[in-house]
Write a new protein. Sequence first.
Length: 520
Amino acid sequence: MMKRKEFMLGAIAGLTFAAAATAGGVIDWPSANAGPVAGFTGRLAPTAGAAGLAFAPPQGAPLSFADIFAQVAPAVVQIDVKTRVPRSSMIQIPGTPFAIPNPNGGEEGEEGTDDEGTTAMGAGSGFFIAANGFIVTNNHVVADATEIMVKLADGRELEARVIGRDEATDLAVIKVEGTDFPFVTFEETAQPRVGDWVIAVGNPFGLGGTATAGIVSAQSRQNLADPTSSFVDFLQIDAAINRGNSGGPTFDIYGRVIGVNSAIISPTGGSVGIGFAIPASVAKPVTDQLMRGVTVQRGFVGLGLRTFDADRWEALGQARDFKGAYVESVTPDAPAEQAGVQEGDLLVGVNGRPVANGTEATRAVGSARPGETIRLEVIRDGRRRTINVRSGVRPSETELLADQDQGGGEGPRNSPTAPQGQVLEGATVRSITPAQRSQYGIPETVTGVIVTSVARGTPAAEAGLQAGIVISRAGNRTIGSAADLAAAIREIKAAGRPSILLFVSAGGQRGTLVLKFETE
């Protein structure tokens, strides 16, 4: 499935999404021993308990985490990376979603730049998963790295190389040369519960060797820092996770790895107790493949899916508790288009199993082997039908996002040449002019009608319509003119429905709005 960017009109002010990694200098990782990693070799098999009775907690409180940390910390490493950044007006900070202004301004001849660009530094965390030097970390920590240095708990620094990366789950495996490294293992059977204690170990802000503790706050979370992520049901934890913790392990109180720290949500860029860890059930099978040098392949049919809330399903004429996904786009020449899937179809099942939303559908398709026949159950014009699609190979996430930014491969549709404004439900709409495309930054691939003004206190204002928003679709009708939108509204009103779903875009991002009609 293609992943789609979405936006919310009336944005939440001040909310910043930060991946847990950082750039900058390195502070030595403290250690009491030299030689082998803290005197450890082979698989680490920690046991819960507290030998220091002086620090024993009162009855009913959790045991100290000191013993567990002492046993598992030697397997955790600090990762420093160098990345070549192409010359441009902005520089991407490795390991984070952030970009900062390029002090060289992208001009040639400036000191510190060459024809290949500049060098940026980044840091993250990781942990040994095998005695022969395999290390698990996040993809965003090592993606595009030209040099990777791993610092062990005893202070040794070793050069590492990338064995494999999987953008879809943000996992990567790197390797250092050597044997008898202390390593930890994923928990494969027990499922952590909400409220269970967790310990996060990693390299926040380059400090190295840091432990924080908390609980599992929730399960099966979507990472709001990356709402397009479809292949991971994250563990939400409240152990402090900061930039630099990316790729580090989340342990339970028995020292078993139950997750790989990946991202945080924060208004400040620092921890506010909302962190996301990739669960062991996802991380282990992916890293097992990467360790073998196998590229992780997933099924692909070429659909852009959207999941709606109750108001939006109702505006589409469905029950408020409808389960399924709306087919917002179909990639040209992709398997789904060739099989006959159409924009506006409602996807309700994959291979005989119902899907409740777009995420479930994407995972069901992704689990198919390339070349396998996938049965998609859709509702079209009120009728249920099954469409057999031969799965392709899912492109990388970078390729999918690039395709989105270019309009999903769709060319511009023809627009009326005489744009006449019309007032509908309090919004004045008209066909898009070249001047408006320039004024509002509307790509040529975006078609429909543009809102030029909205009257206060009208249904359009209450829906969130604003000047500059483009309406490309209303219900199941493609909009090319104000007349098209007026006809769609008349049709919905004649059917006795209280609202219509508008597919809109602004600032290059897409979304939906529910336009509720005034009651007479």
